[in-house]
Design a protein around this ligand. Structure first.
Ligand code: AMP
Length: 282
């Protein structure tokens, strides 16, 4: 029998619909404007869970004052039809007042892991992320939650939050989905001009160059950072914000690569800030 996807907007609607879901519930949190990366999470949840809940909420507290909140791309109708075809059972589309009622003043903050990389470039970003994800976990009460490796530090921070706060939720991290030319899929790719879009392959090319050097025996982390920054510097429309060679678990910068390692970077293509990463040494 075809199941109809339920769309809830208020918290009461969400709770009523959640009560009807059976067995292991998988949650896929998103900010919408969905692409294959998001859908890969929904499909994985569909495979591994009895019921799948997706959320669409552009979370204002994870955007900095100079960031792209007001122009963040939206396409609710298109998103709902993609989620339905991915087999999602329930979609929650809360409004700002539901997530942040008047006078809201309670935050969830993970220390340590949130300091380097994205945390250093985007102060307050992870406080917004962990606060909203904790609220989604409380509202939906899933047994598993699905996140993308594309946002490697976010996945690490959420894993830590779930462990520290005893959320009885398995955190599943899914591989980064890429365009045919290697660019990691992102809602923000829609901001790129045709020239910037073409040049944006420089992120995955820089990561590939460092990965290949590692495969040929290079273990000096500075050399790998230099390989990435030189590849980026050769692309005139790319402005590097950081490149990193860090321990996969602690996110501390390495001198010598040993074991599981995160290569990551943030790069401005014009006004658009893109991030990407590879895991090596697994
Ligand atoms: P966002 O809508 O950008 O907040 O992303 C929602 C979820 O989708 C996050 O867990 C992201 O890490 C994940 N995601 C975004 N892009 C990709 C991608 N290219 N491949 C895999 N997962 C992704």
């Amino acid at each position: 029998m075809e199941r109809q996807m339920i769309i809830a907007s208020t918290l009461d609607e969400l709770r009523a619909a959640r009560l009807l879901l059976d067995g292991r519930v998988g949650l896929v949190p998103t900010m919408g404007y969905l692409h294959e990366g998001h859908l890969s999470l929904a499909r994985r949840a569909r495979e591994e869970c009895d019921s799948v809940v997706a959320t669409i909420f552009v979370n204002p507290t994870q955007f900095g004052p100079t960031e792209d909140l007001s122009k963040y791309p939206r396409n609710l109708k298109g998103d709902l039809s993609l989620l339905e075809s991915a087999g999602v059972d329930l979609v929650w589309t809360p409004d700002n007042e539901t997530i942040y009622p008047p006078g809201f003043s309670t935050w969830v903050e993970v220390e340590g892991l949130t300091k380097p990389l994205e945390g250093a470039s985007r102060p307050g970003h992870f406080r917004g992320v962990t606060t909203v994800v904790a609220k989604l976990f409380n509202a939906v009460q899933p047994q598993a939650a699905y996140f993308g490796q594309k946002d490697a530090q976010q996945a690490a921070v959420i894993r830590k939050m779930a462990r520290d706060l005893n959320f009885p939720i398995e955190i599943v991290v899914c591989p980064t989905v890429r365009e045919a030319d290697g660019l990691a899929m992102s809602s923000r790719n829609s901001y790129l001009s045709p020239e910037e879009r073409q040049a944006a392959t420089v992120l995955s090319r820089a990561l590939t160059a460092a990965k290949s050097a590692h495969e040929h025996g290079e273990r000096n982390a500075d050399t790998l950072r230099r390989i990435m920054s030189e590849t980026l510097a050769a692309e005139p429309s790319a402005q590097m914000q950081y490149v990193s060679v860090a321990d996969y678990d602690t996110l501390e910068e390495l001198q010598t690569v040993m074991g599981k390692t995160l290569l990551s970077m943030a790069v401005f293509m014009g006004k658009t800030r893109l991030i990407d990463n590879f895991v090596i040494g697994e």
